[in-house]
Write a protein that binds this ligand. Structure first.
Ligand code: NAD
Length: 298
């Protein structure tokens, strides 16, 4: 059996089209559109390319997007003042600060200064706490875990009562997705196990999984014989394993031995083209949610 491929590229297209439609309806109804500000400090090529993609995507769905570039030597106090300005701007519904920040600025202090109700990355401790409580408390879900859950739901995978095994316990992927899958609700209600570097028998846990979510950052960590036949496999890992001489682009590999795993799994995400493209789509969804809540449309 060859697994059904869950394409993040295709699901992202669907989500962005839905967001665009909602933005048009919002404009008609209340004469406003979601406002997103992206703050980039300095000119690191990787950060510039991430921000450019976020800005392009925000504009493509009809948001009011402000790209606020700041010099590398901006002081911490000035950056905090800038965040305060956007916290108090009623036309801004989402604030994004591109990381990493220069060494003289405390990342944590800056991220914690964002109004949690505009923290569309959902990294603020208030949003982490809201995720833990679940239900109506949740305003935003962190973007990569939200993308993973969306892929599971849209691929028609049953989550209620399913054995979910999450490989990795990071704050941005492993821990939040594990909590989200264990909560009550649609796309959740699962029985969740988190495994990590100190786990005694990784293979035995993975073999039990109806849904296996792998976020370790180790190429080909998960072997095909660790996969339960028919399971849904979500590979979050993005590992640079070499360089394509012809294109000059990095060769990317996931944490799962994809070529062999797809002969055993029921559904599987590829790398690239799987979880990766979902993150920005969920960022846009969070910004739309924020605008809807602020404008009393939800
Ligand atoms: P991290 O390094 O913060 O955490 C990795 C986790 O995996 C740790 O908790 C560690 O205990 C566990 N782990 C590592 N090696 C292991 C092993 N051999 N056995 C068992 N557990 C092991 O990484 P992260 O930020 O969670 O990211 C994980 C991967 O996902 C990376 O490849 C990263 O590039 C990728 N990622 C992709 C996206 C995206 O596509 N949008 C977003 C975030 C992260």
């Amino acid at each position: 059996m060859t697994a059904e491929i869950i394409s993040g590229t295709e699901i992202r297209k669907e989500i962005l089209a839905e967001i665009k439609q909602e933005v048009e309806e919002m404009k008609e109804k209340v004469g406003k559109v979601p406002g997103l500000v992206t703050i980039l400090v300095g000119k690191s090529p990787a950060s510039v390319s991430y921000v450019t993609l976020k800005v392009k995507t925000a504009l493509s769905v009809g948001f009011n997007e402000i790209q606020d570039d700041q010099p590398e030597d901006i002081s911490e106090a000035d950056l905090l003042a800038l965040i305060d300005k956007y916290n108090n701007d009623e036309n801004i519904h989402g604030i994004l600060v591109q990381l990493p920040l220069p060494k003289h600025i405390d990342d944590k202090k800056v991220l914690n200064a964002i109004n949690p109700d505009k923290d569309v990355d959902a990294f603020h401790p208030v949003n982490v706490g809201r995720l833990m409580i679940g239900g109506d408390e949740v305003r935003f879900l962190p973007c990569t875990p939200a993308g993973i859950q969306e892929m599971i739901v849209r691929s028609g995978t049953e989550t209620s009562g399913a054995e979910v095994v999450v490989v990795g316990r990071s704050n941005i992927v492993g821990k939040p997705i594990a909590m989200m899958m264990a909560q009550k609700g649609v796309g959740a209600n699962s029985t969740v196990t988190i495994v990590h570097t100190r786990t005694k028998d990784l293979a035995a846990h993975c073999k039990r999984a109806d849904i296996l979510i792998v976020a370790a950052g180790v190429p080909d960590l998960v072997k095909p014989e660790w996969i339960k036949p028919g399971a849904t496999v979500i590979d979050v890992g993005v590992n640079r394993v070499g360089m394509n001489e012809a294109t000059g682009k990095a060769i990317l590999k996931g944490d799962v031995d994809y070529d062999r795993a797809k002969e055993i799994a029921g559904k599987i995400t590829p790398v690239p083209g799987g979880v990766g493209p979902m993150t920005i789509a969920m960022l846009m969804k969070n910004t739309l949610t924020s605008a809807k809540k602020t404008l009393g449309l939800e």
